[in-house]
Design a protein around this ligand. Structure first.
Ligand code: PMV
Length: 320
């Protein structure tokens, strides 16, 4: 029996960093997914292979350890933790595909964790709801990282375009944001925790100024909510650009991100900004008309990915 589950990655459109200070945020699942397949092994040990990430390993799921066979390991700790929580430790072969980069603020760890847990529930014929899946995936992320936001696993499980209000309540937009986004990502790994700390230190030294920027980010996200509801693409683009300026002002921009933002705008993006924690990672370009040109302009110099917002959350299939 083979159990195959897939779950999407995410982008933050508005409100990163401000959300840490209880301001609202808008985020969305994208049509780039993590796919995890689990099937009974012919051997008496468990293997994990990923052609996309270029590695192969033998796992000891009972002890949460692994031996590398080839390549450089990626994202294994999340898989081991998920297996530790939801598997009986019988030998299986695991295949992982990932259509977007790891560690770039696109929710790879959440997507891989959600897909791994769902594949295991399918393999063991265990019933689950989206609510328990998102929660259990959050617990796995928290265990591995020490600290996690429940938003990534929630979006990866349920998908869609989401508004997180000041009380951390999530609601789904009923309208679709149709235009394509282009993601530009740097190969520079960054730590979300470090970037959050950097902003908090800046705020400590400049409380009045930084607090007013954070509040402005909150107002901007509320305006963006209205613009999305009205499907006003020009306004959405303007707000994305303003948000970029605010993110720059709190010190999370980098030369590479800035270069991609300006390049995307030059080649036709109407709005472009950092997505997620910054300091490396990714930027998004809103391209209602010229996504092709923007994609090529980013890909030629850095790394580009065309995405659309997706309403497809967790998908699980089993076959005998
Ligand atoms: O880059 P990501 O996906 O780790 O996003 C971080 C978003 C922050 O607002 C900076 C932190 C958070 O936990 O919300």
């Amino acid at each position: 029996m083979e159990s195959i589950a897939s779950a999407p990655g995410k982008i933050i459109l508005f409100g990163e960093h401000a959300v840490v200070y209880n301001q609202p945020a808008i985020a969305a699942a994208v049509d780039k997914r993590a796919v995890v397949s689990v099937k009974k092994s012919e051997n008496n040990y468990t293997t994990l292979k990923s052609y996309d990430l270029g590695f192969e390993a033998i796992l000891n799921t009972k002890e949460k350890s692994y031996e590398l066979v080839s390549g450089k390991p990626g994202i294994i700790r999340y898989i081991l933790e998920a297996f530790f929580n939801a598997h009986d430790h019988s030998p299986v072969d695991i295949l992982l595909s990932l259509a977007f980069p790891v560690g770039s603020g696109l929710g790879s760890s959440a997507a891989v964790t959600v897909a791994t847990l769902a594949a295991l529930y399918g393999y063991h014929n265990k019933k689950f709801t989206k609510k328990t899946l998102a929660h259990n995936a959050y617990i796995v992320e928290k265990k591995v990282q020490g600290m996690a936001s429940p938003l990534d696993t929630l979006i990866s499980t349920n998908a869609g375009l989401i508004y997180l209000n000041r009380d951390k309540k999530v609601s789904r937009f009923k309208v679709d944001l149709k235009p394509t986004f282009v993601i530009g990502y740097t190969s520079k790994k960054r730590s979300t925790q470090k970037m959050v700390k950097k902003v908090s230190e800046l705020r400590k030294r400049n409380p009045i100024v930084v607090d007013s920027i954070i509040q402005t980010m909150g107002l901007l996200t509320e305006e963006a909510k209205n613009a999305i509801l009205k499907m006003d693409n020009d306004k959405i683009a303007q707000l994305l650009n303003i948000n970029q300026g605010l993110l720059d002002s709190i010190g999370v921009n980098t030369v590479e991100l800035s270069r991609m933002v300006f390049r995307a705008r030059k080649y036709g993006a109407s709005g472009a900004k950092i997505t997620g924690a910054g300091g490396g990672g990714s930027m998004i370009a809103f391209c209602p008309n010229r996504s092709g040109e923007v994609y090529h302009s980013l890909k030629n110099r850095d790394n580009g990915l065309k995405v659309n917002i997706s309403n497809e959350g967790i998908i699980l299939k089993t076959r005998v």
